[in-house]
Design a protein around this ligand. Structure first.
Ligand code: AMP
Ligand code: FE
Ligand code: FE
Ligand code: ZN
Length: 288
């Protein structure tokens, strides 16, 4: 079967560099993501859970057994002047204390923030007990609270839960403590990883875009979710001007969520290998 990239280049190697597992707000386990990736013909994948690397190293072993090239990855939450900005990290040292330390900080920040969101909801007459949020094995965030609001019949969908209560400036929104974009990039670099600005298309304020584009990123997630080639062109031109890596990923969260299908955005073999070679050199220097 011949496959074509969004810009018409014939490719038989595709790697989706952005998806979420049940260790954050995805609906599929890492094994299920790897099976699905292979079933739809992807050759490479990175699982990029919010603020955790708990899918690894088990997922690496499973992918190796199944013949899929799995690149280690993470999607860190950060803020620029109160606007959320997501930073993807790839190929970093899997034993990095700096990465583990930042994940632990996020875990703590999220516990406080989730509690503050539940407090706000309680004041609105909506009761969710902290134990109702337990049972998730990894990062717990607003999508899990949204899901509970649906289960309790308070809203009809996750989308409505965000629109009414959880999105920025809505009734139960809490920003929580923040970690800066600069610091996040620095941690990824300390761990010898590659820092990519996630989905710049979704950043709302022009001041945020201007500010973060001055930072020492290594790459820009140009191909993203459902955006067309016309919509991503500006980001590709920008990444090329800066000499940054042109990245791509679907941000797949599972079929029940209004996100794009796994494999809907991707990078080719040459670009995947730039990152994968870093992962091998940093983590398996004897083999590189
Ligand atoms: P958090 O990290 O807890 O602030 O939650 C952010 C995550 O919520 C994002 O990565 C998305 O997966 C999800 N999210 C944000 N906005 C929406 C929305 N309007 N509808 C559904 N999910 C959303
Ligand atoms: Fe998410
Ligand atoms: Fe994101
Ligand atoms: Zn994501």
């Amino acid at each position: 079967m011949q496959l074509f990239s969004p810009n018409g280049i014939n490719e038989d190697f595709r790697a989706d560099l952005h998806c979420h597992s049940t260790f954050s707000d995805g609906l599929k386990s890492p094994h299920e993501l790897i099976d699905l990736a292979l079933a739809i013909g992807l050759r490479g994948l990175s699982i990029t859970d919010h603020d955790t690397t708990r899918a690894y190293p088990d997922a690496l072993e499973y992918a190796k057994k199944k013949g899929l090239l799995l690149l280690n990855g993470i999607e860190f939450s950060a803020h620029y002047q109160a606007e959320p900005v997501h930073v993807l990290g790839y190929g970093f040292c899997t034993k990095s204390e700096e990465i583990a330390g930042l994940c632990a900080r996020h875990q703590k920040r999220r516990e406080e923030r989730n509690q503050a969101i539940l407090d706000k909801l309680r004041r609105l007459g909506i009761s969710i007990l902290p134990e109702e949020l337990e049972g998730v094995q990894g990062t717990i965030g607003r999508p899990h609270i949204a899901h509970l609001l649906v289960v309790k019949g308070i809203v009809g969908s996750v989308k409505e839960a965000f629109a009414r209560y959880l999105a920025e400036d809505k009734l139960a929104y809490v920003a929580g403590r923040s970690v800066s974009v600069e610091e996040t990039i620095e941690v990824i670099h300390q761990a010898q990883g590659i820092a990519v600005l996630a989905h710049p298309h979704l950043i709302k304020r022009s001041t945020t875009i201007r500010g973060v584009l001055k930072m020492p990123f290594d790459g820009l997630e140009c191909y993203y979710a459902h955006f067309s080639i016309e919509q991503v062109k500006k980001w590709i031109d920008l990444a090329r001007q800066k000499g940054w890596f042109v990245s791509g990923g679907s941000d797949y969260h599972g079929d029940l969520k209004p996100y794009n299908a796994l494999g809907s955005s991707w990078v080719d073999k040459e670009r995947f290998e730039l990152l994968y070679d870093r992962f091998l050199a940093v983590n398996f220097p004897q083999k590189a």
